[in-house]
Design a protein around this ligand. Structure first.
Ligand code: FAD
Length: 517
């Protein structure tokens, strides 16, 4: 009888041991002795959620999930690991909209940042202020979603200046990368629009940093892929918010004209947003945009594919305020009058500022309703130097993407001024004045994700062979050599900063740059 019982216990244990289901508290130190124990979860329901992300490609089960009720909980956890004889890894999990397990911690502890929001804002919450030296700014918790920052700041007639296309991302998550969208040409990425941060380092120290105070930590953390500290508060630049925008889409059949016009517009004052995309004939023109085109416009645009091989869409926006309501149309006409889009293929819309900024949300809800949002997303995001963009178009956008006809999801292409980036920060971009952000936002489902991933590899191989010195954005690499190559001249400083702020390599192991030790 005892033998049978023992056998059943062994069977049950083996089913939860191993890479997919670690035993409760498989951490090396007894974390359950801490005050935060009540907010730690070891059960499979909690750890399973923490092993998923938007990419739906990688699953790493942590030993536990912390639902912090305050910033102090995260300090206690990090200090505990740092002082433990065998430290365990810790990953801040914002909204888990990474695509390659970057917010996961195999056998470590995942900190569910958004739970700071549920606990009466004992995190840093969201506060709007003004000072003579900084103007208007918002102090926001690293766990806050950008959509909530937008809603709160708009109540004061203010808004951040630099955005991402999609707003259901956390402040800590985008500042760990860069945060880019069509405003970046003029304001730089989101990391460029931060005055100050509160950070918990890998040693468990809670530090405030800025350009003037603990500046090395400040520069390390911005674009630092979560390697140097957990952001618990960011002081974000605000400006007067427009109420409405003029939103324009134009279509091109010629990449040279398309990129020339984009580059012209980002070097001219007047517009507030410039983006672009490859509009494949299987790519609906509304792709990832709230319905912009009427059905009649859509069939006109579709007719272009009978005439031209490849179509590129340029999207620009001009904000306007009560004072400029009478002049905005004229100003816009002046800005667009020299452009070389296909005659007649310009479409204009007047929208509220929030509807424009939150444009991807309705597409998310519609894809979700069709079961097409939670599918694998083997994304590839690149920064391409301007010197290589024509070859990139011919070799990648036309030969690989268009001719192979194996894509699903938007393909973004737009230029950014590199001078708007601060090289002291950890983020890396090609060393040229103008760089193109190119996003292959693939959705698996209709097409096997491995096929799309194979195409990503083909794109990188093409760039390598053609000598186009691209840098990955939201980078993902398998080997140390690739990371060293990615950071290039910045690798040694990245390494030194890691030794200083997270010497035991505890933080954000899912990025796969350093090994716990
Ligand atoms: P998570 O995925 O939770 O975390 C990402 C990384 O940051 C992890 O390593 C994590 O440990 C670390 N991290 C999280 N929170 C913190 C913190 N508080 N302190 C320190 N480290 C932390 N990016 C753009 O730039 N522009 C876009 O237009 C854009 N659009 C997107 C649209 C969609 C639909 C999706 C899914 C992603 C998009 N992204 C875009 C990418 C996005 O900015 C990054 O994936 C970002 O990391 C997501 O934020 P998150 O809160 O989900 O971070």
């Amino acid at each position: 009888k005892h033998f049978i019982l023992l056998f059943i216990v062994i069977i049950n244990s083996t089913s939860i041991i191993g890479k997919s289901k670690p035993l409760p508290n498989s951490l090396p130190c007894d974390i359950r002795s801490l005050d935060i124990a009540a907010r730690l979860r070891f059960d499979h329901d909690a750890t399973k959620i923490a092993s998923t992300d938007f990419g739906n490609l990688t699953h790493q089960i942590p030993a536990a999930v912390l639902n912090p009720s305050s910033v102090k909980d995260i300090v206690d956890l990090t200090k505990f690991s740092y002082n433990c004889s065998v430290p365990f890894s810790i990953a801040a999990r914002g909204h888990a909209h990474s695509v390659r397990g970057q917010a996961m911690a195999y056998n470590g502890v995942v900190v569910n940042m958004t739970s700071l929001n549920d606990h009466n804002r004992k995190g840093s919450g969201l506060r709007i202020s003004w000072s003579a030296s900084l103007g208007s700014y918002a102090d926001v918790g690293g766990e806050q979603l950008w959509i909530d920052v937008l809603n709160a700041t708009l109540e004061h007639g203010l808004a951040p200046v630099s955005w991402t296309d999609y707003l259901y991302l956390t402040v800590g998550g985008t500042l760990s990368n860069a945060g880019i969208s069509g405003q970046a040409f003029c304001y730089g990425p989101q990391i460029n629009n931060v005055h100050e941060l509160d950070v918990i380092t890998g040693r468990g120290e809670f530090l405030t940093c800025s350009k003037h105070k603990n500046s090395e930590l400040f520069y390390a953390v911005l674009g630092g892929l979560g390697q140097f500290g957990i952001i618990t508060r960011a002081r974000i630049v605000l400006d007067k918010a427009p109420k409405r925008v003029k939103w324009v889409q134009m279509f091109y059949s010629n990449f040279s004209a398309f990129s020339k016009d984009q580059e012209h517009l980002i070097s001219t004052k007047g517009l507030d947003y410039v983006e672009g995309s490859l509009t494949g004939d299987d790519n609906h023109p509304n792709n990832w945009r709230s319905p912009f085109f009427s059905p009649a416009d859509q069939s006109r645009i579709a007719s272009l594919f009978t005439k031209y091989e490849v179509i590129y869409g340029m999207e620009v926006v001009k904000y306007y305020y009560d004072l400029s309501v009478d002049t905005v149309d004229e100003e816009l006409q002046m800005l667009l009058k020299e452009l070389n889009f296909i005659p007649g293929f310009i479409f204009m819309k007047d929208a509220s500022f929030i509807d424009f900024l939150n444009r991807v949300r309705s597409e998310e809800l519609s894809l979700e309703a069709k079961g097409l949002w939670d599918v694998p997303h083997p994304w590839l995001n690149l920064f391409v130097p301007k010197s290589g963009i024509m070859d990139f178009n011919a070799g990648v956008l036309v030969d690989i993407i268009h001719k192979q006809n194996k894509t699903s999801g938007p393909i973004l292409v737009y230029p950014i001024n590199q001078q708007k980036w601060d090289d002291r920060m950890s983020a890396v971009v090609p060393d040229e004045e103008t760089i193109y952000a190119v996003g292959f936002l693939h959705s698996g489902g209709a097409i096997d994700w491995q096929v799309l991933d194979g195409q990503n590899k083909e794109i990188l191989q093409f760039c390598n062979k053609a000598g186009i010195k691209v840098k990955q954005y939201l980078p993902h690499y398998e080997t140390k050599e690739e990371w060293v190559n990615h950071f290039g001249a910045k690798w040694s400083i990245f390494n030194e900063r890691k030794a200083k702020f997270d010497p035991k390599m505890i933080l954000s192991p899912g990025q796969g740059i350093f090994r716990l030790g």
